[in-house]
Design a protein around this ligand. Sequence first.
Ligand SMILES: Nc1ncnc2c1ncn2[C@@H]1O[C@H](COP(=O)(O)OP(=O)(O)OP(=O)(O)O)[C@@H](O)[C@H]1O
Length: 264
Amino acid sequence: MAPDASPPEIVCRGLSKCFGATEVVAPCELTFAAGQTTALVGPSGCGKSTLLRLVAGLEAPSAGSVTIGGAPPGDTLRRGQLSMAFQDPSLLPWRTVRGNVTLALKLARQRKDEARIARLIDLVGLDGFAGTRPGALSGGMRQRAAIARAMVTEPAVLLLDEPFGAVDELTRQQLAEDLPPLWEARETTTLLVTHSVSEAVMLSDRVLVFSPRPAAVVADIPVALERPRRASLSSSKPFLDLTGEVSEALARGMAAAAPRLAAQ
Ligand SMILES: Nc1ncnc2c1ncn2[C@@H]1O[C@H](COP(=O)(O)OP(=O)(O)OP(=O)(O)O)[C@@H](O)[C@H]1O
């Protein structure tokens, strides 16, 4: 994070979103504490990505507001302090991995830091591919390049939408160990959408479980597991208790919505 930026709190007040007649995000009051990592889980199509896009300022709310550090998201974005890595990484095809990562620094008006660029490319396991263009990378490798690009600016706010979707299980585990220490060191306020209950618990300080569309919070579960977290943690009782609690909340949300969904 840039030295002049303290970690910002994200506040959603009366926030909701409809696309035409379809309500996608039900009115919500949410606060994401500065420097915390929150995982958002919920059934497919419930509105998680829409919520993330609202926080990024990429969608306008139908009602209510989002503020980051007390200001509209666009302010943080313009200062180069908000980064995103989405499921479908939009890398520039004519630039190499290194070129794409470097461009993020340039767009955030930060000085080119070769060592930081190389370290991140290495950390996401692409050290041998820094000079490769996206077209010659696998889907999972492109996602990892997008993660490096999102993190190289050391943003105050990091929004990750299923960033490991196409990444193999072993690499996922490695990234789950290697990335959080970076965003903790920078006190980055991080929101992460994932379909994996164990990934949500492994990576976060808090898991928000959403109902089927329109997304409404079913459970707000603190994750008080010690850091750093290693893959071996996933067989411990506290970890399994937490994943059980998240899974139960997901099931509860589905069951509560079943009559409404059946009537649609
Ligand atoms: N720009 C848009 N215009 C119209 N409908 C949209 C738009 N963006 C999203 N939707 C709809 O809003 C709903 C929620 O989509 P969203 O992508 O937020 O869900 P999600 O929970 O992230 O799903 P998944 O987990 O499958 O990625 C879906 O029914 C989707 O079709």
